[in-house]
Ligand binder design. Structure first.
Ligand code: 5AD
Length: 349
């Protein structure tokens, strides 16, 4: 590839990234719209280089436990929204602690506790679960349980949670309000509070929501950069049966991959998963994400009978620990020593 194939804009952007200067909204939009071309390859190579320079080559593996699919919200895109006529389950606190403890034996880097917004798990119950898992595993615990009060999140941090995922889904208030039945200002202020509380805080958005432009996606990236977000989950919209958006088209894979690369350039040290939503479209795409700036894969440790019905979107791919680690090693990806040790013990490689 000769440098003549690279646009002037791309050259300016590359220089700015290398000089650690801040990219403008227009520059991010330029990157988001790139189609297969030498410029797009340059973007992906740059994102990959920034990842390796900032955080090394390791792909981090986080384990997700989806402990309840009850949800009091009505997000228009989501298969477990309150009014969905689906089978519901709740794991007992003891079972959650047991599954988390087992998952930790696989050497995973973080335990993610994920659920719908389920008030069954009161402040006390949730605190107790976190405390016991932390005591038993010493692993970082990440919460992905929707909104709670700042006081609850403060307490959860005191008892052992250190990370928290709460996607803004869209920082454009019109888009946010059109798909969520709850308050935009609360969501945005809560994200900022999580950062202030000292959580390693995760944001993120869905690519392909109704009326979303590339400018909106650029705004999401800039918003996350500016408020101190350290983990970013971005996935393509997946149309899901019996939801208000069942006939809305699937989100663009190309824009999703470009958004990964842009997020890496905008927030160099970000923990950036190549998401299950992408794997749901095609497992190879999830591995492709790891070549364009992503450095995390989330594997699922939810007990099988629950996992089948945790369908936040249709045909959600089961990203499984052994299969995923095998594929990663086959693709010459570097994994942490704790994962390699666990694999050796199981003699699966
Ligand atoms: N398509 C893509 N992502 C979805 N999510 C929920 N439903 C969908 C869907 N239909 C994402 C949201 C949520 C996360 C748990 O899953 O971003 O925060």
């Amino acid at each position: 590839m000769g440098s003549d194939d690279i646009s002037q804009t791309m050259k300016v952007i590359s220089k700015k990234v290398l000089a650690e200067e801040t990219l403008s909204k227009e520059e991010i939009i330029y990157l988001l719209q790139l189609e297969e071309s030498p410029n797009r390859k340059a973007l992906f190579d740059l994102a990959n280089a920034v990842r390796c320079d900032t955080l090394g080559e390791t792909i981090f593996i986080k384990g997700v436990i989806e402990f309840s699919n009850y949800c009091k919200r009505e997000c228009a895109y989501c298969g477990i929204r309150a009014s969905s006529k689906i089978r519901r389950y709740r794991m007992d606190p003891e079972e959650i602690v047991k599954v988390a403890t087992d998952s930790a034996r696989h050497g995973i880097n973080t335990i993610i506790l994920q659920s719908g917004e389920d008030p069954f798990y009161t402040t006390e119950i949730m605190s107790d679960i976190i405390k016991k898992i932390r005591e038993a595993t010493k692993k970082p615990i990440s919460l992905s349980i929707g909104e709670r009060t700042p006081e609850e999140f403060k307490l959860f941090k005191e008892v052992g949670a250190s990370k928290c995922l709460l996607k803004q889904e869209s920082v454009n208030p019109q888009i946010f309000k059109s798909v969520h039945g709850f308050d935009y200002e609360t969501r945005i202020s809560l994200l900022k509070i999580l950062v202030l509380l000292g959580y390693v805080t995760g944001g993120g958005d869905i690519i392909g929501l109704p009326n979303q432009t590339l400018g909106d996606i650029a705004d999401d990236i800039i918003f996350m950069r500016d408020i101190g977000i350290k983990m970013v989950g971005i996935g393509p919209f997946i149309p899901t049966k019996n939801t208000p958006l069942e006939n809305h088209p699937i989100g663009s894979v190309d824009v999703t991959l470009n958004a990964y690369a842009c997020t890496r350039l905008a927030i160099p040290s970000v923990l950036l998963p190549s998401t299950t939503a992408l794997a749901t479209i095609d497992p190879n795409l999830q591995y492709k994400g790891l070549d364009v700036g992503c450095n995390v894969i989330m594997v699922n440790f939810t007990p099988a009978e629950c996992r089948q019905i945790y369908n936040i979107y249709d045909d959600k791919r089961n990203v499984e620990f052994y299969q995923t680690t095998r594929e990663l090693l086959k693709r010459k990806k570097r994994l942490s020593p704790s994962i390699l040790k666990a694999l050796e013990r199981k003699e699966v490689v």
